[in-house]
Write a new protein. Sequence first.
Length: 300
Amino acid sequence: MANTKPKYNIKAVSQMIGIQPGTLRAWERRYQMIRPSRNEAGHRLYTDDHIKILKWLMEKVNKGFTISQAVSLLESNEDVFTETNESGYTNQLQKIGDELLDDLLSFDETEAQKKLDHAFALFTPETVAIDIIGPILVKIGDLWEENHITSAHEHFASQFIRSRIGMMLLAIPTDGMLPKALLVCGPNERHELGLLIFALFLKRKGYDVVYLGQSIAGGDIDIVIEEIEPTYVFMSCTLKKNIPITVRLAESLSKQFPDMKIGLGGYAYDRLSELDRKRIQPFIVGNSKKDWEKWLQLRA
């Protein structure tokens, strides 16, 4: 009986599951996978059984299913991920990524479009961005730094990926009632692809994303913050030399806007010493989906 007793409000469920309340309400309306009861004030109340179902659905979504596919699996009582095909799933992601990288480094836009379209037909946009495109960006950066490819290869691949992710970001509807997140590259930063992937992740989770992209003029970020009043500000840094000025800006904004949550991400922070990372640890969002979700849950 304890599992069926209504006791969690939607805010508590949101924090436990890692999903915005507005997204959860939309899922319930559209798919009717659970039916929470209501208290006297009309607020939703969830049971332990509801939590178990929602966690199962989120696990499937995080592995690449769309929510509609996950609900279909729930209704048919199927769990398609055994240890064997979990490995096959990972191999499939890697295979598509390797083929897409080959097409990009061959300047073959037509085939690259086909590969990416195929990936989107199999997986959610978030999975494609994080688990396929993300590793490709790292490989391209390594190949370029090691002089295995030219700047022309790097520019072609980066522009292709930026265009597709930008289109995906614009296609996701925004709910102005949900937490607002401002995303911009740190001072002097021009590499924005990692930030774009993070923007897609946030928008898929239901956040209202305001994406500025490359570094903006000094002082302008204060004006934007005062105008849109974001709950979160995220800044990306890929070059180690830009870390000090980015951290100083984050610290300054934190003092100026004490209720605003500030996060720093980008591969530059991986090159810091353990002591330097410890000093700015509260700002560090991380570079993986798991890190991002943990950071957001701690500050929800």
